[in-house]
Write a protein that binds this ligand. Structure first.
Ligand code: NAD
Length: 453
């Protein structure tokens, strides 16, 4: 038996003991997980610093505080979420008890990505534990240091048979995918998402795919361009552009392009100083392979700001590209780096058309002071999530479903959505053995006399 097979078999055996089901167990495990974040903050932050040159504050703000909040919410609401949910009856079932009972699915496989390695791996785990499942956790091998800390620390805090960590890369993930799971929760790029879904299909295993794509950002000339650009700059360059919901590119009218560039440059300077390379709040590209991939995207476009880089340090300056053509290299795939192309359109109509001709994005941003522009953008396009006049912040609202649509993914999570996503919502109808006379009509023979026709 391979290491992966053993981990899955042990998790299934532990699930079959029934010990993941009592709410007390789920709450205890969630509290232990919460303790990990308070007691091990330094190890977590140090590893993320090594992987992404992210500051301690950045890791707290963008990962661990959110996870602690998610655990708090889940613990406080779990009894309500897990309770039977009364359902409406119809005429035929008036005297019956009809309800929905969430039940655990079984063993869930969680495959994480590297860009927010704690958030994208532990957030689904919170949902899996809350819903009473076992879970095999596969952190991304790309964030080498964080994967190691996760592998070392999680077994010290949570049940290591129910929730084992299996580290490794493509070969190990594929070996895991040959095993049978009751749900697969994958975060990563869309190409691998297809491989995951194909593997899952062999066992009819349901999947949640949290994927990426090119999230557009339309800046309407009606808005306060200075504020819009400040917020978009923050959304783009946080984590060095390696954020699944970062605004990938900007659409605006030609008349405001120069102003947009000037305001973004100003915000870059305000946030990261004249020399972002030495600024503790500016990150690095995860590795040299990604560094080369991103730099190759600049080849056929005009740099309006930044553009300098240092491969040995995985550094790319916050970069803005102007008058970018739809056919340019940078527009062919998700950038996932600190490069912000600006494309000009004649107005809202063309922006909507531009968005609709491409794959459905994970997020869509619109900056405007005109509510009609927000409404049209909302009603005439589709995307995983939509935010007006800000970036990224919808991620932090646990009452909103977080997930993609079409090429940006399927299924959603956060808060109660995580619980429901990783539960089976079982429809239950409990009838008594009395009042048999009421049923006589449905039994054959179906004579007109009996039916009253
Ligand atoms: P990655 O390289 O870490 O891959 C993700 C996971 O897939 C890893 O655990 C890896 O081991 C596994 N994997 C890679 N290749 C595989 C293969 N051939 N077969 C089986 N498993 C394989 O991460 P990535 O894909 O570079 O992540 C970046 C992408 O993830 C971006 O597209 C980003 O937008 C997206 N993302 C989405 C979300 C979201 O919540 N929707 C969050 C973060 C990242």
């Amino acid at each position: 038996m391979s290491r992966e097979q053993q981990a899955v078999a042990r998790a299934r055996k532990a699930f079959e003991t029934g010990r993941s089901r009592p709410l007390e167990h789920r709450i205890r495990q969630l509290r232990n997980l919460q303790r990990l974040f308070t007691e091990r903050q330094k190890e977590i932050a140090d590893a993320t610093k090594k992987d992404l040159n992210r500051s301690d504050v950045g890791t707290q703000l963008y990962e661990t505080l959110g996870l602690e909040g998610e655990i708090e919410l889940t613990v406080s609401k779990l009894r309500e979420w897990a309770a039977p949910r009364p359902a409406e009856k119809n005429l035929l079932t008036l005297s019956d008890t009809v309800y929905i009972k969430p039940e655990p699915l079984g063993v869930v496989l969680i495959i994480g990505a590297w860009n927010y390695p704690w958030a994208v791996t532990i957030q689904p785990l919170i949902g899996a534990i809350a819903a009473g499942n076992a879970a095999v956790i596969k952190p991304s091998e790309v964030c080498v240091h964080t994967a190691k800390v996760m592998e070392d620390l999680l077994p010290l805090y949570i049940d290591k048979e129910l929730y084992p960590v299996v580290s490794g890369g493509v070969a190990e993930t594929q070996e895991l995918l040959r095993q049978r799971f009751d749900h697969i929760f994958y975060t990563g790029n869309s190409a691998v998402g297809k491989i995951i879904m194909e593997a899952a299909a062999k066992n009819l295993t349901p999947v949640t795919l949290e994927l990426g794509g090119k999230s557009p950002c339309y800046i309407d000339k009606s808005c306060d361009i200075s504020i819009a650009c400040r917020r978009a700059t923050w959304g783009k360059y946080t984590n060095c552009g390696q954020t699944c919901i970062a605004p990938d590119y900007i659409l605006c009218e030609p008349s405001i392009q120069d102003r947009v560039i000037a305001e973004i440059k100003k915000s870059i300077k305000d946030f990261y100083t004249e020399n972002p390379k030495t600024c503790p709040d500016y990150g690095r590209i995860i590795n040299q392979r990604h560094h080369r991939r991103i730099m190759a995207m600049l080849e056929d476009s005009t740099v309006a700001a930044g553009g300098d880089s240092d491969e040995s340090d995985c550094y790319i300056a916050p970069t803005v590209l102007r008058d970018v053509k739809p056919g340019a290299k940078v527009m062919q795939e998700e950038i996932f780096g600190p490069v912000l192309p600006i494309l000009t359109v004649s107005g809202l109509d063309e922006a909507i058309q531009f968005i609709n001709r491409r794959e459905k994005p994970l997020a869509l941003y619109v900056f405007t002071s005109d509510n009609k522009v927000v409404q049209r953008m909302r009603d005439e396009t589709s995307s995983g999530g939509l935010v007006a006049n800000d970036c990224l912040v919808h991620y932090s609202v646990s009452s909103l479903p977080f997930g993609g649509v079409g090429n940006s993914g399927m299924g959603c999570y956060h808060g109660k959505f995580s619980f429901d996503q990783l539960s089976h919502l079982r429809g239950c109808l409990i009838k008594q053995l009395k009042m048999e006379g009421v049923n006589s009509m449905r039994y054959p023979p179906h004579t007109p006399k009996k039916l009253g026709w």
